[in-house]
Design a protein. Sequence first.
Length: 93
Amino acid sequence: MNLVEYKLKVPGELLIFLEKSDKRIEMQRNALLLYPYIHNQTISHGRAAEMLGMNKYDLIRIYEDLGLPYYSMDFSEVEKEIKDFYDLEAGML
């Protein structure tokens, strides 16, 4: 992973947090910078992980620790997926 400096406009009150970041916080921040592009499906979790120099599952774990789910289905969608799975298994689809 090639790190470069980039000028970014942020609220002044944010500087105290940016100056005192450790490696873990830095990885979370960089992952969060990529999350909107994952969410709108511009890039995949795998590609974002490559860009961050980590594997996909470590990136997913970072997002999960921050409360950002890997799957974005609501409960009714999950129930339908489970029903479809059992129907498929039973040869009904």
